[in-house]
Write a protein that binds this ligand. Sequence first.
Ligand code: CA
Length: 503
Amino acid sequence: MKKIILLMLLLGVMMGTYGQKKPNIVIIISDDHAYQAIGAYQPALKNTPNLDKLAAEGAIFSKAYVSNSICGPSRAVLLTGKYSHKNGFKDNETSTFDFSQDSFIKQLTNSGYKTSWIGKIHLGYKLEGFTDYDILVGQGHYFNPDFISPDGRHRQQGYVSDIVTDKAIDWMKEHRDQPFCVVIGHKATHRTWMPDPQDFGVNDEEEFELPETFYDDYRTREAAKLQEMSIDKDMQMGYDLKMYPTVADMRKDGNFARMDDEQFQKYIEYYRPIYDDLQKRKLKGKELAEWKYRRYMIDYQNTARSMDRNIGRVTDYLRDSGLEDNTLVIYLSDQGFYMGEHGWFDKRWMYEESFRTPMIAKMPTLIKAHSRIDQQVMNVDIAPTLLQIAQVDVPQDMQGKSFLPLLRGDKKKIRDVLYYHYYEKGEHAVSPHFGISDGRYKLIRLYHKVEGWEFYDLKADPQEMINRYEDPKFKKQIEKMKAKLVLEIKKVDDKEALELLDK
Ligand code: CA
């Protein structure tokens, strides 16, 4: 008996001194959630109280960027700590993610962590390296979504942000006694912006000021002229804005066909009066474009509210369970998004609104409350940072740089330049491009659809309205940036980009 008590005491001491040291990691990754839509970035907005609180209790990043602004590729970069050309997942259209490659999750699992991805991953279904997973099928659906776990495929009744959060909290409860890492992948706020019905009306009286660049004529920017992501021209009245001529037409849309009668009824009750009112008003031209913009903003922000409530449920759980002090919470989106700037919705561009992403981190024992991190970081830097925090060696072939010093309050910058490469050739007609930004100047090389260069002075022209590539005033600066671009391409070993430069 004495021996058993002694053993238990010893085990307790080990858990207390050793087990406690490995921090838990909770990554909340939303989809297409723009920093322009978050109160912590835009104090006039009051729609994201839980995210704003997370930022106040931790650190907000003002210059977090992604290396390829689109869903699957961004998650692949997060997982691997490698750029798209190295992890192999370049685009959503043709790439297959190779789960046999290394990832920070695999490293954590191998060092004794319990690990799971719950919700949207968008990288296929045969996950490797996780102790558990329960992921949305494909893009996922807002209502009654289908999931795939090691037990197979199942459909779950309810609203996606609630279900993903329920699953994540249940999983954390089950694994709270060991170090754990969970990625909570939200469907929100991806197209087609469908709120939980309890959030209908929440933002409907808000004044959404039309962005200055809403009527951009894309002069000097050929690729921007050719895109198909205009709110006016490309946003669909039915699919996107739920304005169907009849209730039967609405029910036929896949997003509504899967709803039960009660869910559908709530959507009819909210959207039919809006449709009837629109019919009476017979809007055209600019009036109709601005009506679309306003409806887009309302749907988007109501959907964000449904997600924010669930982010609050996760942080409440961590506080109430006593896990808060030893848990790093990181919130980010898979990229930025256009909220009407340049007349657009969607992402993909190396222009700031889609290149930059919101990012917030909280861990009371590591990060001072009310911290603001103004140094440039990228999503490729997250994997090595997390491994350092978990005291796991960072594999040499990970390309990102740990920003742990910045979390501790160090002000020294960790990277001089940001490298970007977008590959997709299909939806929304954005020309593939790669480029470099040093925070002041940005140089972009377009190829495949539009061949050419763009150069921006971000200080004089933060909205990137004037391509200065042909401006003799910037000749020297452009040469300097070209040299930096070549250097960075060689450093990250992007052979395809290097070949394109030689053409
Ligand atoms: Ca996305």
